[in-house]
Design a protein around this ligand. Structure first.
Ligand SMILES: CC(C)(COP(=O)(O)OP(=O)(O)OC[C@H]1O[C@@H](n2cnc3c(N)ncnc32)[C@H](O)[C@@H]1OP(=O)(O)O)[C@@H](O)C(=O)NCCC(=O)NCCS
Length: 205
């Protein structure tokens, strides 16, 4: 991992915290297990060495999340198109863009990508994926706030994103994180596939 940024805590519940603290009978004595610490989530800038990690996360999450929203053929097409080495390297080498990983106790469980739009003072949040087993732990919000901070630092007045109109859970999560639907659009992406999206936006002040 390159250039790790300061740890930020998500609202993850301690796994088995109170259960682990209960006294346990063990032979002829009673032992008390130490309570397990709550997981620490860190948002860390991704570098070239993390590209394979992001590709593995994307393949896993997309194939678990998108069936029923887009076809398997479209999943494979979009993964090949947007997650090849060259496409991901572009985020690392273009000014105003980047990739970051969410590390949960040092395990990579999610990532985000962004780039600066040239036509207006806005940052595009372009990828946001968290492993399903860690949804609802506050990790998505931490990743979003990471990009909002990048937008603020770049004097952008908005963060904008595209989300599939049938990706209801993600739309709800974005709304909870301050985004509102601005418009809808259908975007052909080749091979007969179309992205049927909402464009959502959050004002940055
Ligand atoms: C969208 C996604 C990144 C959200 O990540 P997450 O770690 O689960 O989100 P958080 O736990 O940080 O939740 C952020 C806010 O959204 C809310 N939220 C999350 N999922 C929600 C859901 N399914 N319905 C309603 N609200 C939801 C949370 O309650 C929280 O709001 P609060 O803090 O006011 O309670 C995650 O669900 C995901 O990876 N989904 C699959 C991939 C995807 O669709 N990515 C978006 C592509 S455009």
């Amino acid at each position: 991992m390159s250039a790790a940024e300061p740890p930020q805590s998500a609202n993850s519940a301690p796994s088995g915290g109170s259960e682990a603290a209960k006294p346990r009978a063990c032979g002829d004595h009673t032992s008390i297990a130490a309570p397990r610490a709550a997981p620490v989530v860190t948002i860390a800038a991704a570098g070239a060495r993390d590209i394979a990690v992001i590709q593995a996360l994307a393949h896993d999450i997309w194939h678990r999340h998108y069936p029923g929203i887009i076809s398997d053929a479209q999943i494979d097409y979009m993964l090949a198109r947007s997650y090849n080495d060259e496409a991901l390297h572009r985020y690392l080498t273009t000014i105003g863009s980047g990739l970051a990983l969410a590390l949960r106790d040092e395990d990579a469980v999610g990532f985000i990508g962004w780039y600066r739009l040239e036509a207006r003072l806005a940052m595009k949040l372009d990828k946001l994926y968290v492993r399903p087993e860690h949804h609802g732990e506050g990790i998505g919000r931490l990743l979003i706030e990471h990009v909002v901070a990048k937008a603020r630092a770049a004097d952008c007045t908005a963060v904008t994103l595209n989300v599939n109109r049938n990706n209801v859970k993600a739309v709800r999560a974005y709304e909870r994180c301050g985004f509102a639907i601005r418009e809808r659009g259908d975007f052909p992406i080749g091979n007969g596939f179309v992205m049927e999206d909402f464009i959502m936006e959050r004002v940055v002040s």
